[in-house]
Design a protein around this ligand. Structure first.
Ligand code: NAD
Length: 273
């Protein structure tokens, strides 16, 4: 487990939207943003009970939360989701574009549907949500006393935006796409004082990769790829997101923060090479 850290109310009076927040990393990001003082919109696609549990935990701890249904790959859903957030909270300061999925297959067997679905959610979903967020940021009054930047976007990417991944060509291609979407957008809108960054998790214990850590044998194999010696927990990502959303990282834009226990450090080279 990661150590317990309290960063205080660094996001006080800010409003955040987290996509895919009914489980795993998104649920933790939503809770950590709320713990740092943000009002949080918890987006879900198919699991209202999960989203409600996250929202209830936030309100029970004295925070503010709503739940919003939307498929991030559907333009009309995204438009309606942003309208619901603005109606509830009046503005938006932080978008965490976290929704993502895998449809794994050997390359020769991969169907066009498996390719298209992963691109639609992992890449087009990032485009639609980021575009809606930027439009909202530009339409609202700056509050420099609350946030130095006009708005912050954090894209959930993956170590597979740089590590090739056999059997997951669609997923790796989508995350590689997120990387240059994020950087190009950051370059385009930095002058508007909008910061755009990515977080690239390594192996985090969530439903998406259950098979990789569920049994002791699988976890032992996974740990060979993690120099820091533990599988990550969703809180490791939630805290990195809070920092990237806060004024503590105000001069950072167009950067990918790898939160991976060293997975991108070529761990095979600890021996031989
Ligand atoms: P998860 O399956 O628990 O979370 C993914 C979330 O996205 C789910 O809540 C799901 O309902 C939601 N979602 C899927 N399709 C959606 C859609 N069309 N519209 C809205 N929401 C949708 O797994 P997770 O590990 O928490 O994944 C969160 C993000 O982190 C993903 O982008 C994933 O690629 C990334 N990631 C995870 C790991 C890891 O080790 N767990 C590593 C690298 C990157």
């Amino acid at each position: 487990m990661p150590p317990i850290v309290d960063v205080g109310q660094v996001l006080k009076d800010q409003v955040a939207l987290v996509t895919g927040a009914s489980s795993g990393i998104g649920a933790s990001v939503a809770r950590e943003l709320a713990r740092a003082g943000a009002a949080v919109a918890v987006n879900y696609a198919g699991n209202p009970a999960g989203a409600q549990t996250v929202a209830d935990a936030i309100t029970a701890a004295g925070g503010r939360a709503i739940i919003v249904k939307a498929d991030v790959s559907v333009e009309a859903d995204v438009t309606a989701m942003f309208a619901a957030v603005i109606e509830a909270f009046g503005r938006l300061d932080i978008l965490v574009s976290n929704a993502g999925l895998q449809r794994d297959a050997a390359f020769v067997d991969m169907t066009l549907e498996e390719w298209d679905r992963v691109m639609a959610v992992n890449l087009t979903g990032q485009f639609l949500c980021a575009r809606a967020a930027v439009r909202q940021f530009l339409a609202q009054a700056p509050r420099p006393e609350v946030s130095a930047a006009l708005g912050k976007i954090i894209c959930m990417s993956s170590v597979h935006d740089v590590i090739p991944w056999a059997g997951h060509v669609n997923y790796a291609a989508s995350k590689g796409g997120v990387s240059l979407l994020m950087k190009s957008l950051a370059q385009e809108i930095a002058e508007k004082k909008i910061r755009v960054n990515a977080v690239s998790p390594g192996a985090i214990r969530t439903p998406i990769n259950r098979a990789a850590w569920e049994t002791p044998e699988a976890e032992a194999a996974l740990l060979k790829l993690i120099p820091y010696g533990r599988v990550g927990d969703p809180e490791d990502i939630g805290r990195a997101v809070v920092w990237l959303a806060s004024d503590a990282s105000d001069y950072i834009t167009g950067t990918t923060l790898y939160v991976d226990g060293g997975m991108t450090l070529y761990p095979e080279f600890r021996e031989g090479g």
